[in-house]
Design a binder for this molecule. Structure first.
Ligand code: AHR
Length: 483
């Protein structure tokens, strides 16, 4: 099968923010997973575990959404500043009713971002907080001159303001964020966004709460009422293998049937149609496509690992998750014109994580490796292709700095696929050829066997008459870069 890549045609820019992450105060996502405190035996710098920071640095996380999720709508940022021994100990009512000691707050968040090189994306508390709380938080973070909040920040040890561009106003307002109707939320959003102070030259990028999955009415109403006042509209879409019933079992992350493999794939692919339809509604109100869709929560959601706290959402991550990650990223690239940011849920130890930790041990998941292999696509130009693809294979291509990168995912359980990519004889040197594959459909890394699945090199390819001919194994992700 031949795919012709239109390498000379202008394509949309694939925003690097599509490779964003999301970390919430949930389970062992932040505490243990990222932040262990300065006095921990686990090697750390200012409390941030070094193994996790290094792994995240390597995949160049562009942006990290924090502090929630649902947690954001109970969070008072003032609880997380000042001397740690004086910080309030609260109950995390959304996630297991455990004690939240607020030792990871605003200063720690920006320290983490500094260490991994990511930009901030703060979700403010619209559910149970106030406009004043939100405005003062932004003042605390971004005010360069003298002001009550800037002075307080300095008292807490930070002279210069931080840079903050992305601000989320309302998380799942249609559900756990306040059970609002779209009309009510939209008016409230208009009011909140009016009081976001602007101290930096670059205007704040305001993200409004968008729809859950295929709730097109939500998108329509919010765009109609609040469209002129937002920059991004956030969609949440999780891949639940067993279907959309949130109350029944979400099935196991490992040891699943072939049927569940295919249902997971089908469910994840549905995001393509969902993005298309929400985008079409946005086009109605924003024909110039100046506003963006932002998918600030996505990924797989299974039952928790046996014996772990049900409120902690800790799940294993197999080659099936790698398929899901690659399929989603391929779809996101296709929608690069409208889609500006996406944040996979959640970076460490929660849902479709990049990394899992156990005490001082850390493993990289198959999903991590996909994010690693796809890095060339960040801020690259989308390359359109045509030609018939075999079923159960998806690909994406982009170009940047004279390089063409092609990524392919073959989610067949048995069949490998031979594919030919033609690119107008313009690329004749293979710079790198990476492969992630597994024998079993639930193959995964464990703390005893941390390298069961890892990035490898693919050798089964050749350049023939200016084309790339490649044999893509079943259950694999491949990325080839050419010059
Ligand atoms: O990511 C876990 C939770 O899923 C988030 O807190 C919430 O926004 C969503 O329902």
């Amino acid at each position: 099968m031949t795919i012709n890549l239109l390498v000379n045609k202008e394509g949309a820019k694939i925003s690097k923010y599509l490779y964003g992450q999301f970390s919430e105060h949930l389970g062992r996502g932040i505490y243990e997973g990222i932040y262990v405190g300065e006095n921990s035996d686990i090697p750390n710098v200012n409390g941030m575990r070094t193994d996790v920071v290094n792994a995240l640095k390597d995949i160049h996380v562009p942006v990290l959404r924090w502090p929630g999720g649902l947690f954001a709508d109970t969070y008072n940022w003032r609880d997380g500043i000042g001397p740690k021994d004086q910080r309030k100990k609260i109950v995390n009512t959304n996630w297991g009713n455990v004690t939240e000691d607020n030792s990871f707050g605003t200063h720690e968040y920006f320290e983490l971002l500094d260490q991994i090189g990511a930009e901030p994306y703060i979700a403010v508390n619209m559910g149970s907080g106030s406009i004043r709380e939100m405005a003062e938080w932004v003042e605390y973070v971004t005010m360069p001159g003298q002001s009550p909040m800037a002075d307080l920040r300095r008292k807490n040890g930070r002279q210069e303001p931080w840079k903050l561009r992305f601000l989320g106003i309302g998380n799942e307002a249609w559900g756990g964020g306040g059970q609002m109707r779209p009309e009510f939320y939209s008016d409230l959003y208009r009011r909140y966004q009016s009081f976001v102070p602007q101290y930096e030259d670059e205007p704040m990028y305001k993200v409004a709460c968008g729809p859950s999955e295929d709730d097109y009415e939500w998108t329509d109403k919010v765009m109609q009422i609040a469209g002129p006042f937002l920059d991004g509209l956030s969609l949440h879409y999780y891949t639940l293998p067993a279907g959309e019933d949130w109350q029944s079992s979400k099935t196991s992350a490992t040891g699943f049937s072939e049927d569940l493999w295919w249902r997971t794939i089908d469910r994840t692919k549905k995001i393509d149609e969902i993005i298309t339809k929400h985008s079409a509604i946005m086009d109605k109100y924003d024909p110039e496509q100046e506003k963006n869709l932002v998918i600030d929560e996505w990924g797989t959601w299974y039952d928790v690992e046996k014996g772990t706290n049900p409120g902690f959402l800790y799940q294993q991550n197999t080659i099936r998750d790698a398929m899901v990650a690659a399929i989603n990223l391929n779809i996101f690239h296709k929608h690069a014109k409208r889609l500006y940011m996406a944040n996979i849920a959640q970076t460490v130890n929660v849902l479709q994580a990049m990394l899992l930790t156990d005490g001082d041990q850390m493993i990289k998941t198959p999903t991590y490796y996909v994010f690693d292999m796809y890095q060339n696509h960040m801020d690259a130009e989308f390359v359109e292709g045509f030609g018939k693809m075999p079923a159960n294979v998806s690909y994406t291509a982009s170009k940047k700095d004279g390089k063409l990168t092609i990524s392919i995912v073959n989610y067949n359980l048995e069949d490998s696929e031979e594919l030919t990519f033609s690119f107008e004889n313009q690329f004749n040197t293979v710079l790198s050829a990476k492969l992630l594959m597994a024998d079993a459909m639930d193959a995964h890394n464990t703390f005893d066997n941390p390298d069961q699945i890892h990035e490898d090199k693919i050798t089964e390819y050749k350049l023939l008459n200016g084309d790339l001919v490649i044999n893509v194994p079943n259950k694999s992700v491949v990325t080839i870069a050419l010059r």
